[in-house]
Design a protein around this ligand. Structure first.
Ligand code: FES
Length: 123
């Protein structure tokens, strides 16, 4: 617990949730992903179509045990936005990271947004 309000702004918890600017959204081809190192985490960031709608999940694919999720392809399954893992093709809910093919598996999902044309990730 922080001892006073004045020290709280510098607490690790506060810093861990800051927004990180990654790249211009136009650098991400529609319906594809990029890999970014956010502090020590590899994060896969996806752009939906030619829009400012972006989502971020862990770049680590638990099925192939490799950092490849950013090479997945964005699509939808019955209205649920998803990304297909590039190696064994499992599908993950882009918004929550949940695997649509195996309920026991979930990727970490990170808040993502576009501000002034820049992709930002909270991590
Ligand atoms: S401050 Fe750590 S990656 Fe942005």
């Amino acid at each position: 617990m922080a001892q006073s309000l004045s020290t709280q702004a510098q607490s690790p918890e506060t810093e861990a949730k800051q927004w990180h600017s990654i790249c211009p959204v136009t650098m991400i081809a529609p319906n594809t992903g990029v890999n970014a190192l956010v502090d020590t985490e590899q994060v896969a960031i996806f752009r939906v179509g030619e829009t400012d709608e972006v989502y971020a999940v862990s770049n680590f694919d638990p099925f192939s045990q490799a950092f490849v999720m950013s090479r997945g392809i964005v699509g939808d399954r019955q209205g649920v936005l998803k990304v297909a893992a590039p190696i064994y093709k499992q599908n993950f809910n882009l918004k929550t990271g949940e695997c649509l093919d195996d309920a026991t598996v979930k990727l970490t999902a990170y808040p993502a947004r576009v501000v002034d044309g820049q992709v930002q990730i909270s991590a």
